[in-house]
Design a protein around this ligand. Structure first.
Ligand code: PLP
Length: 368
């Protein structure tokens, strides 16, 4: 008998013991798109996590969560506050699924044109509200609504249903690099709320062959400062080119601290400012002919600064065409969006205007 070859979806099994769902089956149904490695050199690769319906890694978590809830026969209104990518991934994942309504709240005028179009283009059971306020207003409205309406549920990155599916692509990569005789692999993960990076830490904790894990933040330096000083201080959020990582008080940090009271023993972190993001996008295109999004650029720059021995993989969190207004002027050419994005952008889009008040939102929600 050949030894049983470990498969990446197997890493989910322990978390579903005694539960009615088969996680490998859920993963097969949810992950209708690949997570390929793109080698930039013999020992450096991008893990492309942007081949899903909304061209960012959040499709993995959102689609897995939706698939779980549907198989469990749940019915719910899902309320999600977003500064862009989360709302799109959750909208796409639940669009057309029986028993679910999605309510997306986004700050009017503060997401990119393409992002706004995407959020309003699902239609049907997915409603987009453009809120006259900030992302923090949207988040407050979502929280207050969840507290008052038991039929409503959240789908933010704290949800284990979104965190766990992310284990699979780190496991797949670790096993693949090991099989090629280049292991153990080290990862650089672009980070905002630590949702994606935490999955990487968990997979290594489970015993998969992973060496170092380095977090790449943008100019929001809360995590690098905490890891180097040991003293936690939430900082006001700064707007950057890698806007999906504009987080001053990462919500998944508590979970990392629960598992690793001294997190500096398991991860390190470095911060990349906008000038270095621009320079990295330009250089990666000039030297390798590869176009990356601003978040992925943070990862590549952090890798460049490491004295990197061994094989390194940078998580490529979004397709560059999602951030075309940043990327295209830097490389002097247009970036063709992936097919799924083109399809969504070709649809009509509609968002309902809403004042930044929970009362106003409650009046617009269906009564159950
Ligand atoms: C959400 C997002 C991130 C940050 O992920 P976290 O899980 O919050 O750390 C990075 N890049 C892109 C493109 C994203 O959409």
């Amino acid at each position: 008998m050949p030894e049983k070859v470990p498969r990446s979806n197997d890493v989910l099994a322990p978390y579903f013991e005694g539960e009615p769902l088969d996680p490998a089956e859920v993963a097969r149904a949810a992950f209708t798109f690949p997570a390929p490695l793109r080698w930039l050199g013999p020992h450096t690769a991008l893990l492309e996590l942007f081949h899903g319906p909304t061209a960012a890694f959040k499709d993995f978590g959102a689609r897995f969560l939706a698939e779980c809830l549907e198989r469990l026969g749940r019915k719910a209104t899902i309320v999600v506050a977003t500064s862009g990518d989360t709302g799109a991934a959750v909208g796409a994942a639940f669009a057309g699924r029986q028993g679910f309504e999605v309510v997306i709240l986004y700050p009017d005028g503060r997401v990119s044109g393409r992002q706004a179009h995407q959020l309003g283009a699902f239609g049907g059971n997915v409603r987009a509200f453009k809120v006259a306020g900030t992302f923090d207003d949207c988040q407050r409205m979502a929280k207050e609504t969840l507290a008052r309406r038991p039929d409503c549920t959240s789908a933010n990155s704290i949800s284990l249903g979104r965190l766990l599916p992310q284990l699979t692509y780190y496991a797949k990569t670790a096993l693949e690099v090991q099989r090629q005789g280049k292991g153990p692999v080290s990862f650089v993960v672009p980070t905002g709320n630590l949702g994606n990076a935490l999955a990487c830490v968990l997979v290594r904790d489970m015993g998969l062959p992973i060496d170092r894990i380095v977090l790449a933040t943008n100019a929001n330096r809360t995590l690098p400062q905490f890891l180097s000083s040991g003293a936690y201080r939430a900082l006001p959020t700064v707007a950057t080119l890698a806007n999906a990582m504009d987080v001053g008080d990462p919500s998944n940090l508590e979970r990392l601290l629960y598992w690793h009271p001294d997190p500096s023993r398991v991860v390190s972190a470095d911060s990349v400012d906008d000038a270095a993001i621009r320079e990295t996008i330009r250089r990666t295109f000039d030297e390798q002919g590869v176009v990356v999004c601003p978040h992925t650029a943070c990862g590549l720059e952090v890798l460049r600064r490491q004295a990197a021995k061994g094989t390194w993989v940078v998580a490529a969190t979004a397709h560059p065409a999602k951030f075309e207004t940043v990327v295209e002027p830097l490389i002097g050419r247009t970036v063709a969006p992936p097919a799924a994005l083109i399809e969504l952008l070709a649809k009509p889009s509609h968002a309902e205007p809403l004042e930044a008040s929970t009362e106003a939102l409650l009046k617009r929600l269906p009564q159950h």
